[in-house]
Ligand binder design. Sequence first.
Ligand code: CU
Length: 150
Amino acid sequence: MKSKQIALTSLLAFCATLSVAAPDGKTIMISGGDSMKYTVTKIEASPGQKIVVVLKNDGNMPKEAMGHNWILLKAGEDAQAYANAAVTAKAENYQPKSLASKVIASIGLLGPKESGKASFTAPTAPGTYAYLCSFPAHCQVGMKGVLVVK
Ligand SMILES: [Cu+2]
């Protein structure tokens, strides 16, 4: 009984330390341009942390040829598989409603010098969650990254 109480006390102390180390929320600024890469390919978050992702398309090419979006997928979803399934969905800006059940949060397709924002809560389950740009071929050449929850 006593050891349980000690364990609980140290767990509470540990949590207090965690909450000091991990601020309530954070904002991640990501750019992507004509080279089809995100400037941030790894986001770290604590379970349930509030996250704001801001994506800026800092390229110069027209949206129809070089648009960028940002799509964060649920646990176990594969970035390339999403991209392959979305490639024909030009009318839906490569983010088809039929794939909505795979998505945690997203930023729509941006043209040059446009910015977009997504606010969401990180999953509570520790793990690695993929994100990608679903404009045709961009994920394939590396326009992707991961959210690591731990
Ligand atoms: Cu892109």
